[in-house]
Design a protein around this ligand. Structure first.
Ligand code: ATP
Length: 904
């Protein structure tokens, strides 16, 4: 143990060739030992050397980002207009245009800044952890807290958290592509290497930025953070959060296109006016007004804000988005391929049944509490006199890495739940943990889904003992005889065993085989070949109850036209029973049971067969992780948008291929998390269903915002064109249009606070290729634009006919546009549901926004200072009911249209 707490150690000034040093020398150099550091010493080193993070490349400075807001074509046009106004002597106009442009820029900057910050904060919640020895005990600590000298345990799927010299390993292969470009995993060993060995060949080291592909290893940290090879080579990692998605890019592109068109049109207008011999200043004003009014300058920023709000809301519901574009795809998901264990079920195993040559035992009690009777034919059993049962439970406790910690309410399991269930069962049988010490473990083959068993080698009196537990299909064929009740060996009760497997699985229980084998003392390392010629001890059935909310989520998704597929490593019959219990729909066999296709059957299928089967069958059992990739591809080939869950290192390719790769935040590996687009913080299926629901809501909000905001611009453009065509004076001036666009863009973001509409999960999934504005919506945008334009122009002309000056008529037109837009906004709260279905007051933020907007309009109309700045004038109060009537009419017409559309 380290005894240099508090001493100041300085990093060696020269780069040490750690790979050329013996392990003991390395430990000495970093002032550590095979037991690692004390927590106190680690804290001292952390304070001295800093956290183990590679600093991200500096994001562009806020000044640059702010500047970016002003370097857009539209803003430049406006600034040009301001300068020209100044030259033409209209100082007030120039000042107002510049102020509004600056305000608009600041607003856009603030919105994007907040969106980025929200997303960066989410990225920060994804803390990677490492298993590190502190005070000689393995602990899970955030990787950022690792220091030089820490001894770290790695297993397949772990991200390597720092540069380490390996101390021990087993079958360890490490994926180092990020560092060396080598696509195949590097095989590690402990041998000494020459100092000149290149980075890619340093087999006794592992480096930050790589990940463990297979096996396990232990190493001592030699460099952290910026001192790691990754920190030095890459210098700085690019991890600036991006708020860009295909949609925001498309919308930015659309705005760019609109800008060009409208500028072209404005130029044309200017030309026509010029040829007509109109007043140059007036023509210029008309052209600028058209450009200002018709361009939806606030749209891209608002879309970003809506997306970011959606991402935050998803995070609150337990789904962290790592890949922002997937937010858009979520709502279009047509099929969810989900793991069973831990996602649809609780992953809280309890052994309920044990079958041995002595009979079928029932074990009472649920959960971790190690209390419960063991019964045979309803009578309590004395385990000491039931040899086969006793040996089975002993083997289950030996071939096990889990342990119970704490007591009472604090009782918890450390390790795998399947193994924990065996520990609890052994405790119920009255096992004293000290018996384990009498069987020291010499070696082990850890559990992996690929071979489906775990084996351990123990020293026992008179030789070595191999204990193994695992799936029935993997182990039953390797058994040659069976332990009898009296402790003797007898022939295998094969037929009976298979029938028990089927019967337990049909009850939805996970079935495990326990077996053992005597080996000579000469065997010190375990190989897969040793797991043969086994003596069957018996079978255990474990209950893993479905999560209580899983069924309702499955039914909800299915009602929304989303298919659910269970893809599991478990037994076909178990999987099918659990699938029925959680309500999955899919092909059924003659006896009404959900058909389950196994990995072996999948392997024999052509791509065509596979894609047909994947469409109809709901349960896939004993599936190897590699087969998940084939399934995703087959489903995508049929046009599905696939969400696929995964937790293991081999799941990464399928997670990457899926439209939405979903990794588990609790039980998943770092590698799976890195490959996924979405991470479930609670590992639950219902969170995926929630996320899909939220994805639909986000999309709906975007569609509502766009459907609402475009008619403002369309209407403004039309008013101006009509006025110019009619040779009338301008109904709204550029500064007034700027005012409207700025304030309405703010008002529109209150759609974020719109509660989810009822019935969203009763609609079929959206076609991902469909435009956000489909034909009916585009038509509606056009229609409302015409309404806004004509009402505003109509009221403007009417006021003038009544003999009011231009300023008053303009103020009426301006207020009319705003009031009509507010009425239309309330109608856009749902594009399908009438107002009484969603509740008139369900979005208080919108009411507050609308009231604030009205206040601003009153100020603009009646405050002399604003009158001066914006060329407005007080309008007679009698106009307000008329304008409000126009807004209300638009609202009511839209509502009636929704009702008629629903009933047609
Ligand atoms: P999924 O999470 O994909 O729904 P799963 O957890 O049921 O599946 P695996 O973990 O691949 O699937 O397990 C496959 C089989 O391996 C199980 O049915 C069980 O028989 C056996 N098994 C699981 N865990 C262990 C373990 N720790 N030791 C030995 N055997 C195990």
């Amino acid at each position: 143990m380290d005894n240099h707490s508090g001493t100041k150690e300085v990093h060696p000034p020269v780069v040490v060739a750690w790979h050329a040093l013996a392990a003991e020398q390395v430990l000495q150099t970093v002032d550590s030992s095979p037991d690692g550091l004390t927590a106190a010493e680690a804290a001292v080193r952390l304070a001295r050397d800093g956290r183990n993070v590679i600093s991200a490349r500096r994001p562009p400075s806020w000044l640059r980002k702010l500047g970016g807001q002003f370097l857009q074509p539209l803003v430049l046009v406006l600034l040009g207009a301001a300068v020209l106004s100044m030259v033409l002597g209209d100082v007030v106009d120039a000042a107002v245009i510049s102020t509004v442009v600056v305000l608009n820029g600041l607003l856009g900057f603030m919105q994007e800044f907040r969106a980025e910050r929200a997303i960066a904060a989410l990225a920060g919640t994804l803390v990677t952890e490492a298993t590190v020895l502190r005070d000689g005990v393995p602990r899970r600590r955030p990787s950022a807290e690792l220091v030089r000298g820490d001894v770290v345990w790695l297993q397949s799927g772990d991200a390597v958290p720092a540069d380490m010299r390996l101390l021990e390993l087993r079958d360890c292969e490490v994926e180092e592509a990020a560092l060396t470009g080598e696509s195949l995993p590097a095989v590690k060993h402990l041998g000494l290497l020459s100092p000149e060995t290149g980075l890619g060949d340093r087999a006794n080291m592992v480096f930050a930025g790589s990940s463990v592909a297979t096996g396990v290893a232990q190493g001592v940290v030699v460099a952290t953070g910026g001192m790691t090879e990754m920190g030095r080579i890459a210098g700085l990692m690019a991890s600036t959060p991006s708020v860009e998605t295909p949609l925001t890019r498309r919308i930015a592109g659309l705005s760019g296109l609109l800008v060009r068109w409208i500028l072209g049109l404005a130029g044309l207008l200017l030309g026509i006016e010029f040829v007509r011999g109109a007043d140059l200043v007036r023509s210029f004003n008309a052209a600028v007004a058209l450009a200002v009014g018709a361009i939806p300058e606030g749209l891209p920023a608002a879309v970003t804000v809506l997306l970011a709000a959606g991402v935050s809301s998803l995070a609150r519901r337990g789904a962290l988005m790592r890949h922002l574009p997937a937010v858009e795809t979520l709502g279009s998901t047509t099929i969810i391929c989900s793991d069973k264990t831990g996602t649809l079920t609780e992953n809280q195993m309890t052994v309920t049944t044990v079958w041995t040559a002595g009979g079928t035992y029932a074990i009472e009690g649920v959960g971790l509490e190690p209390q419960g009777q063991i019964l045979l034919a309803g009578q309590p059993v004395d385990v000491s006199s039931a040899a086969a049962l006793r040996e089975l439970l002993l083997a289950g406790a030996l071939c096990n890495d889990a342990r119970l910690v704490g007591a009472g309410d604090d009782l918890a399991l450390e390790g795998d739940p399947t193994e924990g269930a065996m520990v609890v069962a052994a405790c119920k049988a009255g096992f004293d943990p000290s018996v384990l010490a009498d069987h020291p473990r010499l070696d082990e083959v850890p559990f992996a889904s690929s071979h489906m068993y775990m084996a351990t080698l123990h020293r026992v009196h008179g030789g070595h003992l191999l204990c193994v537990k695992g799936a029935s299909d993997a182990l039953l064929p390797r058994c040659v005889d069976q332990l009898r009740e009296n402790g003797s060996m007898g022939p295998l009760l094969h037929g009976e065993g298979n029938a028990v497997v089927e019967a337990l699985a049909a009850k939805g229980l996970r079935v495990l085989v326990l077996a053992r084998r005597r080996l000579p003392e000469t065997v010190e390392r375990l190989r897969h070949e040793d797991v043969t010629a086994l003596t069957l001890l018996g079978l255990v059935g474990m209950m893993d109850p479905p999560r209580p909310e899983a069924r309702s989520s499955v039914l909800e998704c299915q009602a929304a036209g989303i298919k659910i597929r269970m893809i599991t490593g478990d037994h076909a019959v178990t999987a099918s029973a659990i699938a029925s219990r959680v309500g999955l729909e899919g092909a059924r066999d003659g006896s009404g049971r959900l058909v389950a296709v196994t990995g072996t059957q999948l392997a024999a299928m052509s791509l065509d067969q596979l894609s047909r089967i994947a469409e109809d069958v709901a349960v896939f059992a004993r599936v190897a992780p590699e087969q998940k990739l084939a399934l995703v591809r087959a489903l995508q080939a049929r046009g599905h948008v696939v969400a696929m869950t995964g937790d293991g290192v081999n799941d990464a390719p399928a997670l990457k291929q899926a439209d939405i790769g979903v990794a588990m935040g609790r039980n998943g590996t770092d590698v799976a998390r890195a490959a996924a687009a979405m991470i479930l913080t609670d590992d639950r299926f219902s969170t995926i269903a929630e996320a899909v629901h939220e994805g639909r809501a986000i999309h709906a909000n975007l569609a509502k915002f766009i459907t609402w905001t475009l008619p403002t611009n369309g209407g403004e453009g039309l008013v101006l064109l009509t006025a110019v065509a009619a040779g009338a004076s301008l109904p709204v001036l550029p500064v007034q249009l700027l005012w409207i666009n700025l304030t309405t863009a703010l008002l529109g973001t209150t759609l974020i606070f719109e509660p989810r509409e009822p019935g969203m999960m009763r609609l079929p999934p959206r076609d991902p290729a469909a435009p956000i504005l489909d034909r009916p919506l585009a038509l509606r945008v056009l229609l409302v634009s015409v309404v806004v334009g004509s009402v505003a122009f109509g009221f403007f002309s009417w006021t003038k006919t009544l003999g009011y000056p231009d300023e008053v008529a303009r103020t009426v037109a301006l207020n009319t546009i705003v009031v009509v837009e507010v009425g239309y906004l309330f109608a856009c709260r749902s594009l399908i549901q009438p107002i009484w279905k969603i509740g008139l007051f369900a979005n208080p933020a919108m009411w507050a926004g609308a009231s604030a907007m009205l206040g601003l309009q009153l100020a603009l109309t009646y405050l002399p200072l604003l009158n001066k700045l914006f060329h407005t004038a007080p309008v007679p109060w009698g106009w307000w009911p008329v304008m409000t009537g126009a807004g209300l009419t638009v609202f009511l017409v839209e509502e009636i249209r929704k009702v008629r559309r629903r009933s047609s």
